[in-house]
Design a protein around this ligand. Sequence first.
Ligand code: MG
Length: 386
Amino acid sequence: MTKTIAILGATGSVGKQALDVSRKRGYKVDFISAGANERDAELYAREFKPKAVAMANPEAAASLKLKLADTDIKVLSGEEGINEGISDSHSETVVNSILGEAGLLPSLAVIENKKRLALANKESLVIAGDIVMKKANEAGVEIIPVDSEHSAIFQSLRSSKRAEVKRILLTASGGPFFGKTKEELNLVTLEDTLAHPTWKMGRKITVDSATLMNKGFEIVEAAHLFGVSAEKIKVLVHRESILHSAVEYIDNSVIGEFSVPDMRMCVQYAVDYPDRFDSASDELDLVKLGRLTFDEPDTEAFPLLSLAKRAYSQGGGMCAVMNAADEVAVDAFLSGKIKFSDISRTVINTFEKMLDARCAVTLPDIIKSDREARRRASEQIDKISV
Ligand code: MG
């Protein structure tokens, strides 16, 4: 039977790979959303002929409407447009690959519409994990992670009972600066940062991989998804990105998922779960690889890793604060306003000044903490860059 899916954030890195899986697997794509890239949105709309396309940016929506005037594809605009597209879609699964905080409300809309959520937007869980998981449980909605590590953990957890899990081994490529000291990190450039060793990704997540903030977010994501405490999640640096993560059981058995790094496998697994089919990904040749290596992460050089554990255990709006400050800092770094080492400095300083946000429990309060963190982070960046 042909599966019908919707893809949010279709013009981003994971979104494009989700479209590629749809081509190979023959999924029907009946709704796509994008931010402001109406040029690619038009191409995909003409290729996949969805019922509707939503552009988060209203100007891009207006322009796409003109471009698609010769078709019967509905063009929707803004946050409301994305919600309308989700509720009108006949999809069983929605792939949410929107970047950043903007992906949170769409995740909640998918849950409200009782569709399977194939989640690539880790911020949904980082910012409001308690709320998202609670709503999903109440609605009986499955959240299947698309993030490669979490897909691996999800798959590894199928081999035994949850009560038999001892800990989770979350692997990290280590980023381009693995092995560098705190002092050496003061000298790295934007160009050095964007050269990721194994994964091809968007710019934001590539920077987050270099600071290990991404791994920090993934600790929070895993804690929420799998109901384990952050202390039970051990980060392992694994440069080859072949073991995508593993679960250690109480009898000391370790079950992991190994494959070549290819996000398309994760998207396909999330949509087709519990079934498996042929995929476009390459076969894993272990002999050719010869060996796999594992190291401890350097939490002194990469302090955002420990901050994430702290933020998770403090709870409330603290992870939202950490995420918001990071979004602002990475943006400033990408536009050349601050140095690499200023990213972690900005995030940690913002975090320390906003400890009251741990009392934020409701979504409006969490969003308020997010906005306040953005304001404070920007203020700090202005001081650094003048
Ligand atoms: Mg990942």
